[in-house]
Design a protein around this ligand. Structure first.
Ligand code: CO8
Length: 257
C-alpha cells in the first residue's frame, strides 16, 4: 500500500511509523487512521520486527481527531460508521509499540499515544484532552485510559477543563515513562526499541499481554494470569537459552521460539 499521510520505514528489527500531515498538525482523519492501522498491522504480522515506534513531527505528535472532517457529521453518520472503533486495533497490537511524543498530543493524539505500550516524551511535549472545548468529550478511549494512567482527579480535571499538561507534569503523573531532550527523542526511542527488539519476541509479547491484564482485571486474577504465563515460558527455547547464557556468562541467542 502506498501511504500518503504516514512515513513507514524499517531500521534493523524496528518498524518506524511517522505521522505526516504537517498541514493539519497530524490530525487523525479517516485516511491517516486507515493507513496507520494498515502499517501497524503489517509490522505486527512481520516476525522480523521486534518493536514498533510511532512518532510525529517536532511540533505535533497529533493535534487530535480531524475536527474539520468530524464537524458536519450527524449522530446517524457517526453511529453507522462506528466512528473511531477501528482505532482499537492499535491497542490490540501484539508487538511492543512505543509512542515518541514531541509537541502536541491532544485529544485523539493523546489517546493514540496512550494506546501504545509506553510514551517517551520530548521536553516540549504537551498532552491534553481538549474535546470539551468543542462540545464533545474524548471518544477514542481517553476518559478510560487517562483515568487509569494518572488517576481520577487529574483525569477529571484534564477532561473537564481541557487544559494541557507539559512533559514534567505528565512524567510526574505517570503518563510518560521518561522525558528526553526533544532533539534526542527519536534516537532515544530507537535505542529503547532496539533493546526490546533484541529480546525474544514471543516472550516480549507475553510480557506485554500480562502487564496489560493489570488494566482489565482484579489483582488476584492478574497475579494468577501472570503465574500461568510465567510457567508456560518454561516450554520455550528462549527460556532455556536465556538462563543457559547467563550461567555460561555469554550473551543469549534468542530464536523467537
Ligand atoms: N483537526 C483538524 N485540523 C487541525 C487540528 C485538528 N484536530 N488541529 C490543528 N489543525 C489545523 C489547523 O486548523 C490549521 O490549519 P489551517 O492552517 O488550514 O487553518 C493547522 O492545523 C495548524 O494549526 P494552528 O494554526 O491552529 O496551529 P497553532 O500552533 O496556532 O495551534 C493547536 C496549535 C493549539 C494544537 C491548535 O491547532 C488546536 O487547538 N488544535 C485542535 C486541538 C483539539 O481540539 N484536539 C481535539 C480534537 S477532537 C478529538 O481528538 C477527539 C474527538 C473524539 C470524538 C469521538 C466521537 C466518537
Amino acid at each position: 500500500m502506498a501511504y500518503e499521510t504516514i512515513l513507514v520505514e524499517t531500521r534493523g528489527n524496528v518498524g518506524l511509523i511517522t505521522l505526516n500531515r504537517p498541514e493539519a498538525l497530524n490530525a487523525l482523519n479517516n485516511q491517516l487512521l486507515d493507513e496507520l492501522i494498515e502499517a501497524v498491522g503489517t509490522f505486527d504480522a512481520d516476525p522480523a520486527i521486534g518493536c514498533i515506534v510511532l512518532t510525529g513531527s517536532e511540533k505535533a505528535f497529533a493535534a487530535g481527531a480531524d475536527i474539520k472532517e468530524m464537524q458536519p457529521k450527524s449522530y446517524m453518520d457517526v453511529f453507522k460508521e462506528d466512528l473511531f472503533t477501528k482505532a482499537d486495533r492499535i491497542a490490540e497490537t501484539r508487538t511492543p509499540l512505543i509512542a515518541a511524543v514531541s509537541g502536541y498530543a491532544l485529544g485523539g493524539g493523546c489517546e493514540l499515544a496512550m494506546m501504545c505500550d509506553f510514551i517517551l516524551a520530548g521536553d516540549n511535549a504537551k498532552f491534553g484532552q481538549p474535546e470539551i472545548n468543542l462540545g464533545v468529550m474524548p471518544g477514542i478511549g481517553g476518559t478510560q485510559r487517562l483515568t487509569r494512567l494518572v488517576g481520577k482527579s487529574k483525569a477529571m480535571e484534564m477532561c473537564l477543563t481541557g487544559r494541557m499538561m507539559n512533559a514534567e507534569e505528565a512524567e510526574r503523573a505517570g503518563l510518560v515513562s521518561r522525558i528526553v531532550p526533544k532533539g534526542e527523542l527519536l534516537e532515544e526511542a530507537m535505542k529503547a526499541a532496539s533493546a526490546i527488539a533484541d529480546k525474544s519476541l514471543p516472550i516480549a509479547m507475553m510480557t506485554k499481554e500480562t502487564v496489560n491484564r493489570a488494566y482489565e482485571t482484579t489483582l488476584s486474577e492478574g497475579v494468577r494470569f501472570e503465574r500461568r504465563v510465567f510457567h508456560s515460558m518454561f516450554a520455550t527455547h528462549d527460556q532455556k537459552e536465556g538462563m543457559t547464557a547467563f550461567t555460561e556468562k555469554r550473551e543469549p541467542k534468542f530464536k523467537d521460539e
